[in-house]
Design a protein around this ligand. Structure first.
Ligand code: 5RP
Length: 224
């Protein structure tokens, strides 16, 4: 199976994971990226079985609405029972690096409001240590150079993601050559730099369930 087929398999598995728990008033939290898109596409036919969704990006909101799924503002919803999203890397503790698609801040906000985070990823994303994938950091534009210098002091090689403006009007710095020994501590450390909106480590609030697409099928890894 190629990577796209593995992504499709985990999107199918995520539908199976939540289908029986959908109710007329259920509002789902929906992530961003190619794996999340495959999940969104599979939600379309189920749209009459739940109320709607909160999206972690404008792109996902548009895709949901095109399928006839109502998109709600998070402020009017409170908590969501599930947040379903992909990852750029995920480790055995279900800590993740996310933000390859520059949606990390909204993803982290919706994840914070979720009772269960279901991560859907092809097997290439499962790693013993986070950091081969460059860690994205969303920054307030005027703070970009300052934050980059602070990231160098932490041992990263920061690179400005040219031409990318986030849904929040901010910029992205990617941290290369930055293997992360303690994701919980590093998430907090980077978030404490003035001018950082958030970073792509999802460790303080990692996933609860990982649906991992492998050659021999989808493996379900659950922490609780
Ligand atoms: C977007 C994300 C995505 O979840 C992550 O980049 C994985 O994307 P894909 O499913 O396309 O591999 O964090 O900001």
């Amino acid at each position: 199976m190629n990577q796209d087929e593995l992504k499709a398999a985990v999107a199918d598995a995520a539908i199976e994971e939540i289908k029986s728990q959908l109710e007329k008033d259920t509002i789902l939290g929906i992530g961003t990226g190619s794996t999340a898109n495959l999940f969104i596409d599979r939600l379309g036919p189920l749209r009459h079985h739940f109320k709607g969704a909160v999206a972690s990006s404008k792109a996902s909101a548009e895709r949901l609405e095109k399928l006839g799924i109502e998109v709600f503002e998070l402020n009017s919803v409170g908590t969501v029972p599930f947040y379903i999203d992909g990852a750029d890397e995920v480790n055995t503790h279900l800590h993740m690096i996310k933000g390859g698609g520059a949606a990390l801040t909204r993803e982290k906000i919706v994840a914070a409001c979720a009772e269960r985070f279901i991560c859907i990823a092809d097997g290439s994303k499962y790693v013993p240590q986070l950091g081969h994938f460059p860690l994205p950091v969303e920054v307030i534009p005027m703070a970009r150079s300052y934050v980059a210098r602070e990231l160098v002091a932490l041992g990263a090689e920061p690179v400005y993601r040219q031409g990318v403006v986030t849904d929040n009007g901010n910029q992205i710095i990617d941290c290369y050559e930055f293997m992360i020994a303690d994701p919980v501590a590093m998430e907090a450390r980077i978030n404490a730099i003035v001018g950082v909106v958030t970073n792509g480590l999802f460790a303080a609030r990692g996933a609860d369930v990982l649906l991992l697409g492998k050659e021999d099928g989808v493996e379900r890894i659950a922490l609780k």
